[in-house]
Design a protein around this ligand. Sequence first.
Ligand code: NAD
Length: 375
Amino acid sequence: MIKIGIAGTRGLSTLMGLKAIEDVQIAAMCDLDEAHLNEAAEKIGGDIKKYRVFDDMIESDIDAVIISTPMQCHVPQAIAALEAGKHVMSEVTAGVTIDELFWLTEVVEKYGKIYMYGENYIYDPRVQQIKEMVKQGVFGDTYYAEGMYLHNIGNLFVYPNGKTSWRSFWQCGIRGNFYPTHSVGPVMQWFPGERITEISTYSPGIYNELGLKQDSGTTTMCKTATGKLLQIRVDCMSPRPHCMDYYHLQGTKGCFNSRSHKDDIDRVSFIGEDSPLHEMKWQKLDNFEIYMPDRYKNATQEQKAAGHNGGDFFIVEDFINAIRDNKQPELDVYKACEWTAVGLLSSLSVTNGSRTMQMPDFRKNMPVEEKRITL
Ligand SMILES: NC(=O)c1ccc[n+]([C@@H]2O[C@H](COP(=O)([O-])OP(=O)(O)OC[C@H]3O[C@@H](n4cnc5c(N)ncnc54)[C@H](O)[C@@H]3O)[C@@H](O)[C@H]2O)c1
């Protein structure tokens, strides 16, 4: 039996997925806010231990924690949990400073416990379907992609009780792309084996009247080690409807477009016998279900009920499998740090004339003299 502790009520998004896996028990819940804690424990049901202090929860006999507290808590809580011998799945983003990211990799390497980055957008069935199409060469060589996260969060700066929320500081109290990984993570699935080596960020300025420092949208250009280009846009300030999964991918043989409007559809287009270069047409992505990974095609009703057509089940399944196999998951600490660092470097870039920033290499056992930001 694997016993899980959940910190922060957002962690309940994993509830249905965890309940659908055998020999897994949600044994503990932790939240500083007692009312939230009681409400969450009731939702979880069964015999669950409640804690207001995270350090008390990790002294209990749980095997793993799901950290879903505000962003600035992720690294301190992940380090405390790993030191206490617990496996960790962390919400996005991985941390709030570059130094924190180095500390995190060092502690994961030292204790050898599983660390998984809970980037749920990667588990969207379409992202997985395109990943498989890339793998099978349908788009040819892929060389350019776009990902956008457009989500006005003006209602989240103040809690219902009137207190200022952490989002006013760690998200919209800073410059640059503060929330990169919902876009970078999915897009990087389509460039197998690549890593991001440099970024630069552009901003149209600050137009909000709330006195917050966050740009009214930023565009970050990321280059990979072999020169592939990613364009990542985040705008959580401008007045507009949600569009949290706008993607585009271009390869030598074709492309993919998703705009995520309710009245729109995901489209692909390829060069083929019926579709020569100058007569290429859009086709529905749905017509290419054959490329959907088997576990999505064969998802049970219970797995699908976890959310996102099974995506919310498969993310926790991968975490539990990593623990059982004692093998770091695909979404390991190095990817967590690189994708998070896109945002942290973007803050430096945008405040320095969109200067290009070099991505530190978060590889295993990196020498200490290389653990720094270079221009
Ligand atoms: N993956 C996604 O799609 C997604 C969506 C929303 C939020 N998030 C992430 O989830 C995290 C939480 O976001 P949220 O919107 O739920 O925030 P929130 O402020 O609504 O909730 C945070 C909860 O954590 C509790 N908390 C704060 N500090 C704590 C501590 N030290 N120990 C224990 N509990 C503590 C608070 O009492 C609160 O109940 C953030 O990291 C955010 O980036 C991810």
